[in-house]
Write a protein that binds this ligand. Structure first.
Ligand SMILES: [Zn+2]
Ligand SMILES: [Zn+2]
Length: 314
C-alpha cells in the first residue's frame, strides 16, 4: 500500500505513514534496520536509522510501499529529508555511509555522543570521506550534525512537519536512543536497540515509559516501533543489550501500569523489528517471536512483525 495513500490500520484517520526499509538486526546486508516515517499527506519524511537505504527503497517500490512511478532517487533525495540515528552500530548506519556520496544535503539528528561517534568513527577520511560538517578536515558538509538534548522540548525535523524528542536507552553498555516523533498532538515512538532495565541495571526505559504514558492515556500514541532481537528462552547474560518477547511483555506491562491499566494499551500497534536472522535464513525465527509475543501475558497490544518494504499506517 502506498505511503501517503494508505487506507490501512488507521483508515483515513491515520497520522503517520511508515515504510520499513530494513528489519533485521545484523547478519544480512540489505535489510538492516531503517524506517521511513512521514506525516500523513506530507511528501518529505525522515529515516529513523539508516542501516539499509537503497536496497530497502527498491524493495519498497517493488512492493508498492511508495506511490507508483516513484524512483529510488526520489525517495533518497526528496522523501528522506533528515536522519534520526539511534546509535552508531553498523547495522543502523551502514546504508547512510554507503550512499552518502550520492545523497542530498540533509541533517543528522542524534544525541551528541552519537553524532560524535559518526564523525570520529566513520566520516573521518579513514573509514570513509568526511561527508559531515565536523571532525577531520576537509569537511564535505553534505550532512549537518544536529545534536539533540536528551528529554528536551520537541525539535522540528527539516521540512517534514514532524518534531522529535530524544530519550537515551541502555544497550549492553552502549548508548542508544528512542525518538518520540510527533505530528501535531499525535505521536509515534521509534526505539533503537535496548536491553530491559532489569538486565541493563538502568532506569532509562522506565523514564521513557513515564514520559509516554500520558500520550497512551490520551490515545495520542499511534504506534511503538521496538526491537525483539531473539526468541525465548535466552539467558539474560546472552542478551547483549537486546529484548526477547518475555522481556518486551514485561516492559510493556510497566507502560500499561503507568498508563492507568492494560485497557489503555488495547490494540496499540507495537511494530517489531531488528529480529536477528540466521545465516541460513531460517523463517522460523520470526514466526517463533510472533507466536511468543501473541501467547504471552503482556498487555493487549497489536503486534505487527515488520516486513521490508511493506507500508504501514498509524
Ligand atoms: Zn542493531
Ligand atoms: Zn546496536
Amino acid at each position: 500500500m502506498a505511503a501517503g495513500a494508505s487506507a490501512d490500520a488507521g483508515g483515513d484517520s491515520h497520522a503517520f505513514d511508515v515504510v520499513p526499509l530494513g528489519v533485521a538486526g545484523g547478519v544480512v546486508e540489505g535489510s538492516t534496520t531503517a524506517w521511513y516515517i512521514a506525516r500523513k499527506g506530507q511528501e518529505q519524511g525522515l529515516a529513523c536509522d539508516a542501516g539499509t537505504l537503497v536496497p530497502g527503497i527498491r524493495v519498497a517500490i517493488a512492493r508498492g510501499g511508495f506511490p507508483a512511478g516513484t524512483r529510488a532517487g526520489d525517495v533518497l533525495h526528496r522523501r528522506i529529508g533528515a536522519y534520526l540515528i539511534t546509535h552508531p552500530h553498523l547495522d543502523h548506519v551502514a546504508g547512510l555511509v554507503m550512499v552518502s556520496p550520492d545523497d542530498s544535503a540533509k541533517p543528522i539528528l542524534a544525541l551528541p555522543e552519537v553524532n560524535a561517534a559518526l564523525a570520529a568513527d566513520y566520516f573521518n577520511w579513514s573509514a570513509w570521506p568526511n561527508m559531515g560538517d565536523r571532525g577531520r578536515p576537509p569537511l564535505l558538509a553534505r550532512y549537518h550534525y544536529q545534536d539533540l538534548d536528551p528529554v528536551a522540548a520537541p525539535v522540528p525535523v527539516a521540512a517534514t512537519g514532524l518534531t522529535v524528542t530524544a530519550f537515551p536507552l541502555s544497550h549492553g553498555g552502549a548508548l542508544s536512543t528512542a525518538f518520540l516523533i510527533r505530528a501535531g498532538e499525535q505521536a509515534l515512538l521509534c526505539m533503537g536497540d535496548t536491553g530491559p532495565d532489569a538486565v541493563e541495571h538502568s532506569t532509562r526505559l522506565d523514564a521513557l515509559w513515564q514520559a509516554v504514558a500520558p500520550l497512551v492515556r490520551a490515545g495520542h500514541l499511534r504506534a511503538i516501533i521496538v526491537e525483539t532481537s531473539y526468541p525465548d528462552p535466552r539467558k539474560d547474560a546472552e542478551l547483549f543489550g537486546h529484548l526477547t518477547p518475555r522481556w518486551l511483555h514485561r516492559e510493556l506491562a510497566r507502560l500499561a501500569q503507568l498508563s492507568g491499566g492494560t485497557g489503555a494499551m488495547k490494540g496499540l500497534p507495537v511494530v517489531i523489528g531488528h529480529i536477528k536472522p540466521s545465516v541460513d535464513g531460517d523463517p522460523a525465527i520470526a514466526a517463533t517471536i510472533a507466536r511468543q509475543l501473541a501467547e504471552g501475558d503482556g498487555p493487549p497490544v497489536r503486534y505487527v512483525i515488520a516486513e521490508q518494504g511493506a507500508a504501514l499506517a498509524f
